[in-house]
Design a protein around this ligand. Structure first.
Ligand code: TRP
Length: 333
């Protein structure tokens, strides 16, 4: 009897151990099979932060919940080139299944490191010009994504409506920012076509911004700013200098209007992120391939007006624009 009980006990213990090992192994396998997404963000500024939030929401929309059935490794390079390199290498070492680059330098760092797994562009102005894809319609390689190319013509038209007596328009951009330079070049062509006198001002980094902005504000009637990562992170400096000369700033994106710009037709930054997240999920599921998925562009922006800033500068907002913003855009009061 006692012997029988002992044997039963031993059998029980063996099963218990085997059972534990089995479940433990399954748990491990589950976490191993959880795909890893590496997200590399150039730096923090309100636009890029919104894009990041949108990416997470877009992944969730497609059934990927971070921590549950997907692992997210998020890295912020704080605008430092060597960080971009180290962080991309980290993703390569952990065999990330897919990586997302937010802003051009981040995407370029990933493109240089991740040669096989998909690299998704999170709001890159000019993917072809930045050497990231061969062709925006047929990317060809392991890279595709979403572009935030701003509707420049709509934006210039808007400035003209706000400033009917404008003689000279200024543009400020960072000379090392590919995204800003790409838009600056397009803007020059556009202003020529529209017979607008454009004066260009470039900065090397934020240290130059106050001085260059003051200089610009003294010789132009309004200042345009493209999607420029450095200036997007230092809007208060630019607006502070422009305010002193009572010169309005018209930026390319909604978040920069919120930070003191007067108005724009802007592409919603969060929506750019959502589109990036969704595309990433579809590629991860194997439903789409980067090589044959065209880069997604948003053709039109939504009108956003900073009424508070317009009032401060004594600029009258045209009634038709106010109505449009009330109906299908946004007004900041
Ligand atoms: N398009 C920029 C790039 O390619 C990144 C970016 C997205 C951005 N949204 C922005 C920059 C808003 C300034 C403002 O680098």
């Amino acid at each position: 009897m006692r012997k029988k009980l002992t044997i039963l006990g031993v059998i029980f213990i063996i099963f218990a151990i085997l059972g534990y090992a089995y479940f433990d192994n399954q748990k491990k396998q589950q976490s191993q099979s959880k795909p890893t997404i590496g997200i590399l963000q150039l730096m923090s500024h309100p636009a890029l932060d919104s894009i990041h939030k949108g990416i997470i929401a877009g992944l969730k929309d497609e059934g990927y919940t971070p921590g549950k059935n997907i692992k997210i490794d998020f890295q912020n390079a704080e605008n430092d080139q060597s960080n971009l390199k180290t962080m991309s290498t980290k993703f390569a070492n952990e065999n990330a299944d897919l990586t997302i680059g937010i802003a051009t330098p981040a995407a370029q760092a990933l493109a240089n490191t991740m040669k096989k797994s998909p690299v998704i562009l999170g709001a890159i102005t000019d993917p072809k010009g930045a050497g990231l894809v061969k062709n925006n319609q047929k990317p060809g390689g392991n890279i595709t994504g979403v572009s935030d190319q701003a509707p420049l013509k709509e934006q210039l038209g808007l400035i003209k409506q706000f400033m009917p007596k404008m003689k000279t328009l200024g543009i400020i951009y960072t000379s090392s920012d590919d995204s800003a330079v790409a838009q600056y070049k397009k803007f020059v062509v556009l202003c020529k076509q529209e017979h607008i006198r454009l004066k260009a001002y470039s900065i090397a980094n934020t240290n130059d911004l106050t001085q260059v902005a003051e200089q610009a504000a003294h010789s132009v009637d309004a200042i345009y700013v493209p999607t420029d990562n450095t200036i997007a992170g230092a809007m208060q400096t630019l607006v502070g200098a422009a305010d002193k000369a009572k010169v309005p700033v018209f930026p390319a994106v909604d978040t920069m209007v919120k930070a003191g710009g007067v108005a724009t037709y802007g592409i919603n930054q969060y929506e750019l992120g959502v589109a990036t997240g969704k595309m990433s999920a579809q590629i991860l599921k194997g439903k789409k391939k980067p090589s044959t998925t065209p880069v997604k562009f948003f053709r039109h922006g939504k009108l956003i007006i900073n009424q508070k800033q317009a009032d401060k500068l004594g600029i009258k907002v045209p009634a038709n624009l106010l109505k449009e913003a009330q109906q299908k855009g946004e007004i900041i009061k």
